[in-house]
Design a protein around this ligand. Sequence first.
Ligand code: GDP
Length: 690
Amino acid sequence: MTKRGRERSSICREQCNHRKADFEEDDLFGQSVEDDYCISPATAAQFIYSKREKPSGFAEPLEEEEDGEEETPDNSTAADISLSAVDQARLYSCLDHMREVLGDTVVEQVMIDAVLQSKFDEAKALDLVLTQDCNKNTNPVNQDSVSTGKTAKGKARESQSSRTECEIVPKMAKMIVSGKKQTMGFDVPSSASEENGQSVNVCEKIQPTDETLQEADNGLKTVLSSLTYQIPEEPNSAPAIGKVSSKSKQQIDVKAELELRQRGKQLLNLVVIGHVDAGKSTLMGHLLYLLGHVNKRTMHKYEQESKKAGKASFAFAWVLDETGEERERGVTMDVGMTKFETKTKIITLMDAPGHKDFIPNMITGAAQADVAILVVDASRGEFEAGFEAGGQTREHALLVRSLGVTQLAVAVNKMDQVTWQQDRFGEITSKLGHFLKLAGFKESDVSYIPTSGLGGENLVKRSQLSELTSWYKGPCLTEHIDSLKAPQRSVEKPFRLCVSDVFKDQGSGFCVTGKIEAGYVQTSDKLLAMPPNESCTVKGITVHDEAVDWAAAGDHVSLTLTGMDIIKINVGYVFCSPKEPIKACTRFRARVLVFNFEVPITQGFPVIIHYQTVSEPATIRKLISVLHKSTGEVMKKKPKCLTRGMNAVIELQTQRPVALELYKDYKELGRFMLRYSGSTIAAGVVTEIK
Ligand code: GDP
């Protein structure tokens, strides 16, 4: 029996009678032992975030790039070169476009030379300039920004930058949880080269074609238009992901199709969590860059823009932090979503916000994740700040565990700030290890990787820094990601998708996005939306912006729907199979674990229920019983109040109907978090729907 299967059956048994064995087998909330850790105490002082005020341990702003000398108008300018009128116009046009990307960092003459050399092909010209530029300065973020290990890092970067010589159009989708219109970033190559199973081959294989370059230039426009579902009329083209050969709808063997589609690779949804400023976005942005998912031009642009905005050290973070506000505030707010491949996995990466204000968004990201990377800041004082009361390290770790994530990779980041000291690494891992064990993670499911997100060390290849290699022989981050286990997907169960965004697209109908939790969907399928109990037809499906004929559990999809009014659909609604619909209710019973919350929870207590993309006000209608923490036996019936650490059965009443499932039937739609006044106060699983 699979692990999940075991968990499910365990809950099932537990519902009938709370037997001791069940509890030993599966601690539902990932917290099996008494713990006195503080999770967002209501009393904690409001964490006022200000990136600017934060004393950063490294030089910022970065040293000016070698734009060197002033422009030299006395030398031959574009106007001076003897060209035909047409070529002169082409030259001007190229220069204008190049300036948009390069700003005034490159002398005009260099640009002119590049344009002439590339025969007015501005993309090639940009490449030429950037290649020269890269040779001078091999990393998009200036090396001075990292205070230690400079020489060795410089070398590493050189080799890494040469791996990204080719042009790849990166793609990034945003999973918007606030009901905002979906925004799109840029394209990541959706299917990496399979050859040798090497992710770096993605980069080597894809040659810069006019098409991809054009696409890069069109940027947002292209990606947005690609959202519109069109059946591509390319009879000769290779089958796209999820394409079934026949146009007419037919029953498909999903398992076989999935196998074919994933080319033997496993799908893994990965969420990046951790305290604000731990370096999550920088780490993942740099990882994507090193894997060749962000082209040099885009990276250069980010470098320029972030420098202009006085946030040069955030260049890599901008790969994932897409919105103006995120960049302005220097924090991730929405859950950034992108895709990359490793040797054995196709990874959907979710960059969850670390800031306390955006925990609900983080819950949404975590609810859709199979595994997590917890990023902690190794700098002295910073790790402690994130780990102590009020920090998000503990809260995030506990949330993901409560939401079903069992495997955790801890990136002990900013190791450059502590000169890669083994002692510091040991100190952090032992403190965290103790806590994570209490939070319900098995020791064998947690591993620690020393990294520097900014320096790109130990991310996609093992670091060669002697300070590190002298004591660390373990895998780098991607190697470790590769070794994580992918969960069993419920492809054979009835279809379920929880809406994370709704938006009107061109053409008829509208689009919803979300992750398929169970079953599969084909174009022209009929679906039912719950709670409104409205039906519709699937007109189009896209997975990572690629039009497909079907998609299955585990996929993040965008569905184009017809036959239904957009105003009827909200974020948090569930689309399901009309034959076996999800239940909608306003009252249900659940088994909860109360976190470290100071205020006693009484009947009538107001809470917000969070699960998947749902966040719904509710009240605790009844306190049914208190259970023994490890045996599950009823200790007390109808308690007056619940206090921290208690395991209890309660009845919840929502204001509006919600669509949910029993935990034993659909784990993903049957587990939730309760929050009150900005604090997560309990985790729960649905045991009875009224
Ligand atoms: P997030 O809030 O966790 O996403 O953190 P960011 O990625 O926005 O990074 C916060 C700050 O830490 C930025 O100024 C980064 O440049 C800096 N930073 C991130 N990773 C490292 C690292 O490995 N070493 C150093 N020295 N600074 C880093």
